[in-house]
Design a protein around this ligand. Structure first.
Ligand SMILES: Cc1cc2nc3c(=O)[nH]c(=O)nc-3n(C[C@H](O)[C@H](O)[C@H](O)COP(=O)(O)O)c2cc1C
Length: 281
């Protein structure tokens, strides 16, 4: 509650978008729902994004429940997160993805706010992006590898629970996924949808690089959550750093508007260049 409350205040103050965490719990009780709805209370005019996971869709979550999730925060958009790796490693996970695609198509057809599909740290491939475009969704958040590793998080939890099979799987798949920059480039080159970049973005320079590579927007999870968990002052300082870093890149590249970053010339080097060339993007 405290974290959502702090993040919402910052979102309202700086006109940032804010994506809530999975709202499955909020469907269970009014008191849990309030830990999410505090966001709209503290951010009356911010762009708030509701959130539900693929496994819940596979289990048959109905459209009424999805409408409840949306009205819980008077959401401006709905995110459907795809987290098969996390579900696989999580000791009490639900690695169920049957029927998820058809459910995404149905939601897009019946729900009248924008639908965003995101990964949670393993990236989106061009093949998946093309399929999602056919589902007529509004945007893809690639959430590539290189940042928070959910296999890693669940591996640590499995260790605490002495679940050796999940520990083993967590070690094996800790780094599984498409790195953020590669995922961004291959998805951008395959579909016309606006692409949100995320996964390991930690400062304004990295935000600028993603915008140069064609992202329409960037998202950061871990650094915002960490600062918000620390204090309101830490969150404020983090956001000020972020803006100053991004403005510094704009100053150094002579760009007056965020949108101009997309037309800057860039050179890919090293492993990223190899990966992109081999992939034919
Ligand atoms: C503590 C924590 C909880 C998260 N919970 C959710 C969630 O419930 N639903 C979701 O779509 N993303 C959630 N995310 C965000 C994504 O998993 C994000 O795509 C991933 O963390 C990669 O971004 P990052 O490297 O900036 O953290 C969470 C992230 C963190 C750090």
């Amino acid at each position: 509650m405290k974290i959502n409350s702090r993040l919402a205040k910052i979102a309202e103050k700086y006109r940032l978008g804010m994506g809530l965490g999975s709202q499955r719990a909020g469907l269970k009780s009014q008191s849990l729902a309030e830990t999410y709805s505090i966001a709209r209370k503290n951010a009356p005019s911010a762009f708030l994004i509701a959130n539900i996971g693929g496994p819940q869709l596979s289990e048959g979550l109905d459209l009424n429940s999805i409408s409840d999730i949306i009205s819980m925060i008077e959401a401006n958009a709905l995110v459907i997160h795809l987290n098969p790796l996390q579900e696989l490693i999580q000791p009490e996970g639900e690695p169920k993805y049957k029927g998820v695609y058809n459910k995404i198509v149905e939601i897009k057809d019946k729900i009248d706010i924008p639908i965003i599909v995101k990964e949670v740290g393993s990236g989106i491939s061009k093949e998946v992006a093309l399929k999602l475009e056919k589902a007529n969704i509004d945007s893809i958040n690639i959430a590539g590898s290189g940042g928070t590793s959910w296999a890693g998080v669940e591996r640590i939890r499995a260790g605490q629970l002495k679940n050796s099979l999940k520990e083993h799987l967590g070690d094996l798949f800790w780094d599984w996924g498409i790195p953020t920059a590669q995922s961004l480039i291959e998805v951008k080159s395959s579909v016309r949808l606006p692409v949100i970049a995320s996964g390991g973005i930690r400062n304004g320079l990295e935000i600028a690089k993603c915008l140069v590579l064609g992202a329409s927007m960037c998202a950061l999870a871990y650094p915002f959550l960490k600062a918000a968990a620390d204090s309101e002052e830490a969150l404020l300082e983090f956001v000020n750093f972020l803006f100053t870093e991004l403005k510094s890149v704009m100053f150094l590249t002579g760009t007056s508007y965020i949108s101009q970053l997309a037309s800057l010339r860039y050179i890919l080097t090293g492993e990223l260049a190899d990966r992109v060339n081999k992939n034919g993007c």
